[in-house]
Design a binder for this molecule. Structure first.
Ligand code: SAM
Length: 208
């Protein structure tokens, strides 16, 4: 995993440019309307979807496995706290967060890792806090391509393993972590002209 992402960021830089996804805008608005200020962004990459929170005055801590991605983020003015390492090593600090935003990371993990990651996030979420996850959907055109690994999990290109969620697996995996709603979305691809939108699932959880 680390080799795959490190080589992509060191070779391709800010490959998805800097315009935030619609999901990041939605999460930012949701957090703002719930007076959430202090947030954790696991798998923040080089900050494409972090910048909008930063520009809106959130106090951000990012976790990222690729050193190159963190360097790109810093070079592009993201002056926030970063922990360099895998989410498997959470917690990196003793802080409690009001919000957690996680875009396109959890589906890269295997089943045991996904569960452990959700537990780690939930443990660092304040009571009343919100988590906003964006995860790969089985409705994606990539579903079923590449090498079969296990049910709904494929190595879609060398080193890139993806678990594709549907309604059942979303409810099953998030039910112990305060899921309040989820929906299938079509995320516009803003960094490339003429691309079909990507089919993803947005999941919102609240800690009680
Ligand atoms: C599909 S990218 C999404 C990046 C970012 N969330 C965004 O919205 O632009 C997945 C990100 O998760 C990071 N990542 C993958 N596995 C990780 C892990 N185990 N721990 C921390 N970060 C990881 C990758 O380096 C990459 O930046």
């Amino acid at each position: 995993m680390i080799e795959y992402w490190e080589s992509r960021f060191s070779n391709e830089g800010a490959m998805w440019k800097f315009e935030p996804s619609d999901s990041a805008v939605a999460a930012m608005n949701l957090f703002k309307s719930n007076s959430i200020r202090k947030i954790l962004i696991p798998g923040c990459g080089y900050g494409r979807n972090t910048k909008i929170f930063y520009n809106n005055g959130f106090e951000i801590t990012g976790i990222e496995i690729s050193k190159s991605a963190i360097e790109i983020a810093k070079e592009n003015g993201l002056n926030c706290k970063f922990h360099h390492g895998s989410v498997a090593s959470m917690p990196f600090d003793n802080d409690q967060y009001e919000g957690i935003f996680c875009y396109a990371l959890i589906h890269l993990l295997n089943r045991t890792e996904r569960r452990a990651f959700l537990e780690s996030c939930y443990n660092q979420l304040k009571v009343g806090g919100l988590m906003f996850f964006v995860i790969a959907s089985k409705a994606m055109s990539l579903y079923g391509s590449g090498r079969f690994l296990s049910k709904d999990r494929y190595e879609i290109s060398k080193g890139l393993k993806v678990f594709f969620y549907d309604q059942d697996s979303t409810i099953k995996e998030f039910s112990d972590f305060g899921i309040v709603e989820f929906k299938e979305i079509e995320e516009p691809v803003k960094y490339m002209v003429g691309q079909e939108p990507i089919k993803l699932i947005q999941v919102i959880c609240k800690k009680r």
